[in-house]
Ligand binder design. Structure first.
Ligand code: HEC
Ligand code: CU
Length: 348
């Protein structure tokens, strides 16, 4: 719905200034707000109409003046009116809401992925380049960002009100949410799912930077190793490469190009290999046995942290036809565990 842009901007500015309403700092925000205000508008119109009629009739038909109202029996016009108008309004809300829903739930193909791990009581963010942050998230403007999120313990919910972003963060399963920030600045992150004693302290700050500043930030805060590179080390130190060496004689399937492909499983189903599938197979391999392989892969449940799983997933995603594990790490090397190797491994 397009009401006069000047009036609209004035209204939103006033609401922001009044602290009653979050800022509009993502591309989706004006769209969700338009629907929100439309709903508010029809609610107010309905309330006023019904309220006015109740008061009007109460006065018009009060006892002293006109005690008996005439009954209206069977007016097709009246019945059609009160059926069609609300139906039309509900359908508008439904279609409008559905269109917005699809937009919110389908990240653009060029979205940049950042991982978020929630735990009692903090948010950890991991960028592709290996930058780690706690209770803080740096993102550039003008670039769709997809957050792939998971909880290490209980249910949490990740919310950035100024972006109109909120999504459950669940243990054992990746959930995603996307946004595109429009205005440099800092914005609140909240956990919006009660998650224990210090739930109210599970907060953080998004820092939105211009693309140039973001680039500078990634260079300054790099840990020297990307997620995929951490994953490569983990892949070797955990012995994955003993079965997934990519050679014809290896016992496990070649993992190059597996990401994004459709895999036929022994139980007859076909699955799309995405982040969630990769994480799942590492933890429950027996439930995802592909056609032609014996279910010999051991489970890694309880042995790898969520961060370690993210690293492995990113490494497998990065495996194109050139399979690097074999060349970079020999089997003997892979048995020596250096401090870096153990970053993703859960210590007993
Ligand atoms: C003992 C050999 C062995 C080890 C060690 C092993 N795997 Fe596997 N892996 C397999 C086999 C066999 C399959 C196929 C059958 C299955 O899923 O059980 C498989 C399947 C997979 C799949 C599913 C992809 C596909 O094409 O089916 C992924 C992903 C995977 N492994 C990753 C890993 C990672 C990561 C590690 C180390 C943490 C690891 N594997 C360790 C043998 C192994
Ligand atoms: Cu929480």
């Amino acid at each position: 719905m397009h009401i006069s842009p000047v009036l609209w901007q004035f209204l939103v500015k006033w609401l922001n200034a009044s602290a009653l309403f979050p800022r509009e700092a993502s591309t989706i925000a004006p769209y969700t707000d338009a629907l929100y205000f439309f709903l508010l508008l029809i609610t107010i119109v309905g309330l006023t109409l019904v309220g006015a009629l109740v008061f009007g009739f109460a006065i018009r038909y009060r006892k002293e003046r006109s005690p008996i109202a005439t009954q209206v029996e069977g007016s097709t016009l009246l019945e059609a009116t009160w059926t069609i108008i609300p139906l039309a309004l509900f359908l508008i809300c439904f279609v409008w809401g559905a269109l917005l829903y699809f937009r919110i739930f389908n990240p653009p193909a060029n979205a940049m992925n950042i991982y978020v791990v929630g735990k009692q009581w903090m948010w950890k963010a991991e960028h592709q380049g290996g930058q780690h942050e706690i209770n803080s998230l740096h993102v550039p403007t003008g670039q769709p960002i997809q957050l792939t999120m998971i909880s290490q313990d209980v249910f949490h919910s990740f919310s950035i009100p100024d972006f109109r972003v909120k999504r459950e963060v669940i243990p054992g399963r990746y959930s995603t949410v996307w946004f595109e920030a429009t205005t440099p600045g800092t914005y609140h992150i909240f956990c919006t799912q009660y998650c224990g004693t210090k739930h109210s302290g599970m907060i953080g700050e998004v820092t939105v930077l211009t693309p140039d500043d973001y680039k500078k930030w990634t260079e300054e805060s790099t840990s020297g190793m990307s997620l995929a590179q951490n994953g490569e080390r983990l892949f070797a130190s955990m012995g994955c490469n003993s079965c997934h060496s990519g050679s014809a004689t290896s016992r496990g399937p070649n993992l190059a190009n597996v990401y994004g492909s459709k895999l036929k499983l022994a139980n007859g189903s076909e699955v799309l290999v995405n982040e969630a599938f990769l994480r799942d197979t590492i933890l429950n391999p027996s439930q995802h046995v592909p056609v032609g392989y014996a279910p010999i892969m051991p489970t890694y449940q309880g042995q790898i942290s969520e961060e370690g799983l993210i690293d492995l997933v990113e490494f497998i995603k990065s495996l194109k036809t050139n399979y690097r594990v074999q060349q970079t790490l020999t089997t003997s090397e892979s048995n020596q565990v250096t401090p870096q190797d153990t970053t993703g491994v859960v210590k007993p």
